[in-house]
Write a protein of this length. Structure first.
Length: 289
């Protein structure tokens, strides 16, 4: 996202000087730039990202127009304009000032919505002119400091700010529609359950299983429970108990070896889980055969 693509300016009207930009820092899903402006008229035509401008310079009288709405006021440090994807706007400033301009990609908003268990296809961020929002302003000042410091905190820090900003936009400036789901598709569910059964002896992690299902960890938990009726950790325990019972019945392995092969921490851990599921101890189960 080049800064020239952010706004198209009427010739001879408003001049812009780029002070700092994150363009070469490869932040994930968003960019930011510090821009000094002269007075005059500027236009944003059909944004292909979600745009946020935070005024960081001196006060200026501004007339802003977007989607039929007109706002005229003295704009001061911390005032914000929100210009979502697909909208156009126009600003007329009576004097020079400076802005922090942030552009958030649709993909970051979609990913964040999925993490919040919100249907991204039904999220609609609406334009809002010359408003205040302490959370956006706080993130804006942090991004400004990151751009200006000679020793930046790095991409991980900036990405965290970008994710926080996207989440705040979804919570405060978009009507959220909860995702309606019926669980994992059969193919993905089979891949996950096969993976669990093939790796029972290992320390299974939620992140691993979510990757197998090709969804985020938080989304995976709810989808898996909808699919099988129990949380994933309970499913894993039951699968280990079933495998342990099979080994107890069909082999003469020591109980300690059965516990390790079934993925339990130790023999005592296996005994507790087997008793909880079946009401019997591993030794009792073996003696029944």
């Amino acid at each position: 996202m080049q800064e020239r693509a952010w706004m198209q300016f009427n010739e001879g009207k408003m001049q812009f000087s780029l002070r700092q930009t994150s363009h070469d820092r490869f932040w994930t899903g968003f960019e930011a730039a510090l821009i000094e402006t002269s007075g005059g008229v500027s236009q944003a035509r059909y944004m292909n990202t979600h745009g946020i401008s935070v005024q960081v310079g001196g006060p200026v009288r501004t007339t802003a127009r977007c989607d039929g709405a007109v706002s005229r006021r003295l704009q001061v440090r911390g005032n914000i304009d929100l210009m979502p994807l697909g909208f156009s706007g126009e600003w007329q400033d009576e004097g020079p000032t400076a802005f922090l301009c942030i552009r958030i990609s649709p993909s970051l908003v979609q990913t964040t919505a999925e993490e919040m268990d919100v249907n991204p296809d039904r999220v609609s961020i609406l334009p809002l002119l010359q408003f205040t929002d302490p959370q956006i302003e706080h993130i804006g000042w942090a991004l400004k400091a990151e751009l200006e410091t000679p020793e930046p905190s790095g991409r991980l820090y900036a990405d965290g700010l970008g994710l926080a900003l996207a989440a705040h936009l979804l919570r405060q400036h978009a009507p959220l529609v909860p995702r309606i789901t019926k669980g994992l598709p059969k193919g993905r569910l089979r891949r996950v359950t096969d993976y669990i059964h093939d790796h029972l002896a290992q320390d299974l992690r939620l992140v691993q299983l979510a990757e197998v299902a090709s969804v985020s960890p938080s989304h995976f938990k709810s989808l898996f429970k909808q699919s099988v009726g129990v949380p994933v950790h309970q499913y894993v325990i039951r699968s280990r108990v079933e495998y342990a019972i099979d080994l107890l019945v069909k082999s003469k392995l020591p109980l300690s070896d059965v516990a390790l092969q079934a993925g339990f921490a130790n023999q005592s851990h296996m005994a507790r889980c087997v008793r909880r599921v079946t009401g019997l101890t591993p030794s009792s189960l073996r003696n029944l055969t």
